[in-house]
Design a protein. Structure first.
Length: 260
């Protein structure tokens, strides 16, 4: 198995089928789709069961008590057997060639992390915004020579493919809002080489019915996330690159100001 795709699910019965359709129809065949029902109270569990019956060679279905996004992702990591790990949120969907292209780039460049671009879409599938990640960088990125990506990169987990070795001693922090900002920079610091495609493979759904934390909770979470990253940064081989750490801090401070 080359790629394990982890899909945490919680009360997304209106969106889940489209997400799973985009995964079972991937052009890359050597994949496993690990669907983790995180204690859903709607019809999500029945949808998962149906897809597991129809695609037994691709979908591995699990159910657990509700523990939040990080807990569900970490649960999926324990079940994953692929050389590479991808994450897809259960209300989003991806292009047919996403994981084929990203795995090919990982193998071609011996990259531990591969990045693609994101499109925001509305509930009718209309593109509302294109999020280009690092447009002025080459396909193969040596981190030591292009360390500006540390502060320039958007730290979403879902538009990236990771070598599973990065998770040998790392997991998502449970119970926080900005779990991606807390973990992904730490994983980046473990990479000598990254790779990227300018393809807009990941389709991020802007939902009108999503529930979020209060601004105060978000602010506290992002402060803690930045502190965790700072601590790991200081102990890394890139600790002398103070400018990029400062830029990272400034960017996250801007997000905090916007939230407050």
């Amino acid at each position: 198995m080359m790629v394990s795709i982890i899909v945490p699910v919680y009360n997304v019965e209106n969106y889940l089928a489209k997400c799973l359709d985009s995964l079972v129809n991937q052009s890359l065949q050597t994949i496993e789709i690990i669907v983790v029902d995180d204690g859903s109270k709607d019809g999500s569990g029945l949808i998962i069961e149906e897809y597991a019956r129809n695609f037994p060679d691709k979908i591995k279905a699990f159910s657990k008590e509700n523990g939040g996004l990080s807990d569900a992702r970490n649960f999926g990591l324990e079940k994953a057997s692929g050389k590479y790990i991808g994450f897809v949120d259960s209300d989003d969907y991806v292009t047919e060639k996403m994981f084929a292209e990203m795995m090919q780039l990982a193998e071609k460049h011996e990259a531990k992390m591969v990045i693609c671009n994101i499109q925001k879409v509305d509930q009718n599938g209309k593109v509302t915004q294109k999020l280009t990640q690092i447009p002025n960088m080459p396909e193969r990125i040596e981190l030591d020579n292009h360390f500006s990506v540390f502060s320039d990169l958007s730290y979403f987990a879902c538009n990236k493919l990771f070598n599973r070795e990065l998770f040998a001693h790392k997991r998502f922090k449970a119970g926080v809002h900005f779990e991606d900002i807390q973990l992904i920079p730490q994983l980046l610091l473990e990479c000598k080489v990254l790779a990227q495609t300018q393809s807009f493979h990941y389709q991020y759904l802007e939902r009108t019915d999503s529930i979020t934390k209060t601004h105060t909770e978000k602010g506290l979470d992002i402060l803690k996330a930045v502190q965790d990253v700072e601590s790991v940064f200081e102990g890394s081989e890139y600790s002398y690159k103070r400018k990029e750490l400062k830029n990272f801090q400034i960017l996250k401070a801007c997000i905090l100001f916007w939230l407050m």
